[in-house]
Design a protein around this ligand. Structure first.
Ligand SMILES: [Zn+2]
Length: 207
């Protein structure tokens, strides 16, 4: 099989999990995959203390840190629109969600951005890992988060609206990258206000 990142041929190593359990096949060679670094950052919610978003997100798990390998992966996946690259993290994501009971809700893209980017990158990461999800939110704001100050981001009007029924259940938000946390806190608050009992979040990257 050919590595999705460097293109060299590699032999996926057999593991006992593959024999007895469901396990996704690796789509990258060990050398390329070892360039991604697991994140050990603890996520700090102190920015949200004392705001209406305090307590909206129960826990966040970010799987990888943002390094050179991740930067070039994201560039190719998001901006060069190489949808096949969704497979690179299929196995890790499948394991991260395995046994985690909750309804998975991807953070949506604004429809205008979806046209530019041609496919919903966050949804495709879940699809590639065979993780079922529900679309409960739609994006209302187009303004780029990165151009705002921290205060402006916290005070901004909600970035999303709820478009389907939210149950008194456990939800798991999924996004590609955790930077300021504003996106996930906005989304989590909407779900909690609509009746969700617990809102966790998983992101591929800690920015
Ligand atoms: Zn490779």
């Amino acid at each position: 099989m050919n590595c999705l990142i460097c293109g060299t041929t590699f032999q996926p190593s057999p593991t006992w999990r593959k024999l007895f359990l469901y396990e996704k096949e690796s789509s990258t060679c060990d050398r390329c995959f070892s360039n991604f670094k697991k994140s050990d950052a603890t996520i700090d919610f102190s920015d949200f203390q004392g705001t209406c978003y305090e307590g909206a997100v129960d826990t966040v798990t970010a799987l990888y840190s943002y390094n050179e390998a991740m930067k070039s992966y994201l560039h190719q996946y998001k901006f060069l629109q190489d949808v096949a690259l969704a497979q690179v993290f299929a196995k890790t994501l499948h394991q991260a969600f395995e046994g985690n009971e909750g309804i998975v809700v991807p953070i949506p893209m604004h429809p205008e951005k979806l046209i530019q980017r041609t496919f919903a990158q966050v949804d495709e990461l879940l699809n590639s890992a065979d993780i079922p999800f529900q679309h409960l939110l739609s994006k209302t704001a187009t303004s780029e988060q990165g151009k705002k100050t921290r205060k402006e981001r916290l005070e901004a009007s909600p970035l999303f609206e709820v478009m389907n029924r939210v149950e008194a259940q456990h939800y798991i938000l999924f996004d590609d990258i955790y930077t300021t946390g504003a996106t996930l806190h906005h989304a989590a608050k909407l779900l909690k206000d609509a009746g969700a009992t617990r809102v966790e979040a998983i992101t591929l990257i800690k920015g």
